[in-house]
Write a protein that binds this ligand. Structure first.
Ligand SMILES: [Zn+2]
Length: 338
């Protein structure tokens, strides 16, 4: 299907070699319209007709020294200011359990989205259980696809087979945080196998657990796939995190691939292998801004994650970019209409 590029505003940041999207509208001839709002880090609000899903929102952004050496805490005023308060999502998807994906969830879940079920790993469930209760969080490990396992689709609004959102979790990986020749170092690895008694106070308590990527389908009333999104919240060594060829054999192209920028230097063939295999029409590059600095949606104040070079990532991406595909490096708060 041809995508008609209608209207996109790009803000050129004068001191940067890369362009940051601040809002965009794309008309994709899809029968329904899909709105994707980048909230920062791994957080996206994705709306389709009267349904929506949310992925790991994060606004608290504790400074690096507290992440490494101190206690971390929730910045409720940042959440109250920036969380899209009338979003009312049907579900919340969590790719892995590090603090920058989970720390804000208890406050947001209880205050703003009490009806949304949370889908994440067993580790995610065990970390959040003391504040949200076990039944609020659905552990998805046993439903996940891998190169060997077929996996199972989960339908979010299960009273309705049609006009629904479904997703498949895919076993994925997480790039090391530090990569030096002959030495890779990952922070906060490991799993939590029993429910905690209280939320961790230190970042190291928010263990990674199993990491997942997601294939998300928006299904029209006639049962056809109207829109397909691939979502990934950590750079992963392929084929970990990639949908198997069996999963993609329905031939439905991916409309939007959401990729994670940091960590790409620490894994081989990322993002190249993902872009070649996914062949997406659009690519949104996330988690790129410095989440150790206070949260902002002001493009003039945005800096990349320390030691991250978005220009180099984009150079590599452009070498394998499918013809007619678009990529976007959004500022938090940027809204796309597809
Ligand atoms: Zn992580």
């Amino acid at each position: 299907m041809m995508i008609r590029f209608v209207f996109v505003i790009f803000l050129m940041i004068s001191c940067s070699a890369y362009r940051i999207s601040t809002s965009g509208t794309i008309d994709s001839q899809a029968s329904g319209s899909v709105e994707v709002t980048y909230l920062g880090s791994a957080g996206y609000l994705i709306s389709y007709k009267n349904k929506s899903i949310l992925t790991a929102p994060f606004f608290s952004n504790p400074p690096l020294e507290k992440v490494l050496f101190g206690n971390i805490s929730v910045d409720t005023s940042a959440i109250d200011r920036y969380f899209p308060q009338n979003s009312n999502p049907d579900a919340l998807l969590i790719g892995h359990a590090h603090y920058d994906h989970l720390l804000d969830i208890p406050y947001i879940s209880r205050k703003y989205i009490p009806n949304a079920k949370i889908y994440g790993s067993v580790t995610t469930q065990n970390i959040l259980t003391p504040v949200l209760g076990q039944s609020k969080i659905i552990a998805i490990n046993k439903y996940a696809a891998s190169q060997e396992n077929k996996g199972a689709w989960l339908i979010i609004n299960s009273d309705q087979q049609k006009g629904a959102i479904r997703f498949m979790a895919i076993e994925s990986g997480h790039a090391p945080h530090v990569g030096l020749p002959g030495f890779n170092f990952s922070l906060f690895k490991g799993k939590i196998t029993e429910p905690l008694m209280a939320l961790p106070e230190k970042a190291e308590g928010w263990k990674e657990g199993q990491t997942f990527s997601f294939l998300i389908d928006f299904i029209a009333d006639d049962g056809e796939i109207d829109f397909r999104i691939f979502y990934q919240d950590a750079a992963s060594p392929p084929p970990l995190g990639l949908p198997s060829s069996a999963l993609l054999k329905d031939g439905r192209q991916i409309d939007v691939a959401i990729l994670c920028v940091p960590g790409y230097q620490q894994v081989e063939d990322y993002p190249e292998a993902f872009i070649k295999a996914l062949n997406p029409k659009n690519i949104i590059l996330g988690h790129w801004e410095n989440f150790f600095a206070p949260y902002t949606q002001n493009p003039d104040s945005l800096q990349p994650v320390p030691f991250l070079n978005p220009s180099d990532f984009i150079d590599r991406l452009e070498k394998v970019l499918p013809q007619d595909a678009n990529w976007y490096l959004p500022a938090p708060g940027t809204k796309f209409l597809f």
